[in-house]
Design a binder for this molecule. Structure first.
Ligand code: SF4
Length: 263
């Protein structure tokens, strides 16, 4: 797909899709209830041989697609700048990079960013240390299913555990990434931003949703792993602190309306 085809696609399907719905979602397309309203999902479905979130990161097709989308985005930015009379050449790449590096340092030092990164690390360490316990539970459930000891209940339990693990893994890094984006300086400048409907609150809301879902998943997993009470409670404390930190740093987070999802 090139820029012209991309624009034609949008023009022809304007009524069908919700503008910007993909900006404040969790990118879990496989489980998304709004996929039929999402133009990004439709493009990926047309362009890729399998869903993007299931693709192997080593798959060349994935990187070709992302590279192509980036090229189209750059061309659209250039067109927009030309229309608005903005001279992109006057923007110094070195100055931009230096500003970005400074902003990044400040974000990394922010207590909320540090807090959410603690969760990334705790989660990673827990899975590394306890992989054997999780595998043992899976093996036990498989064995029960083979012996047909209440197989429907066994399958339901196995599915439940798998669901909790999937949720935890999906949001493990995303919470921190979205928090860092939420802490990023506004591109428009604070004076130009809507106090509620801005990218910072939108990104914070996605981080908050991921945090809430992760809390629910860890509680669910705890039922099956009572021997890990202390460790799981420590992880839950990290998530609760993150949740409180989001609400404190972004007092309007709950008011932000995510296109499609909160309307
Ligand atoms: S809105 Fe749904 S389908 Fe579209 S990118 Fe987000 S998760 Fe995927």
């Amino acid at each position: 797909m090139n820029k012209e085809e991309f624009q034609k696609f949008f023009d022809e399907n304007r009524e069908k899709y919700i503008p910007g719905i993909f900006n404040y979602c969790d990118r879990w397309c496989e489980r998304c209830t709004m996929a039929d309203k999402c133009s990004l999902y439709a493009i990926e479905k047309e362009e890729l041989s399998e869903p993007l979130d299931e693709m192997d990161p080593d798959n060349k097709e994935l990187w070709d697609h992302l590279g192509n989308m980036m090229t189209i985005a750059m061309e659209l930015i250039r067109d927009f700048a030309e229309e608005q009379g903005i001279d992109l050449e006057s923007i110094s790449a070195e100055e931009e990079m230096a500003e970005w590096e400074n902003a990044k340092k400040e974000i990394d030092e922010h207590p909320l960013s540090k807090q959410s990164y603690k969760y990334v690390e705790a989660c990673k360490a827990w899975f590394e240390e306890n992989r054997a316990a999780i595998d043992a539970i899976a093996a036990e459930l498989n064995q029960k299913a083979k012996l047909e000891i209440n197989p429907s209940q066994t399958h339901a339990q196995a599915k439940e555990i798998n669901d909790y693990l999937e949720v935890i893994h999906w949001y493990q890094f995303q919470i921190h990434i979205k928090i860092n984006r939420a802490l990023s300086p506004s591109l428009l400048g604070d004076d130009m931003e809507d106090p509620v409907q801005n990218d910072n609150n939108g990104s914070a809301k996605v981080a908050l949703l991921g945090t809430n879902r992760s809390i629910a998943a860890w509680y669910g997993l705890f039922k099956y792993l009572p021997n890990f009470e202390d460790e799981i409670l420590n992880i839950l404390v990290l998530l609760e602190h993150t949740k409180k930190g989001i609400a404190k740093s972004f007092p309007n987070v709950h008011k932000f309306v995510r296109p499609g999802f909160d309307e």
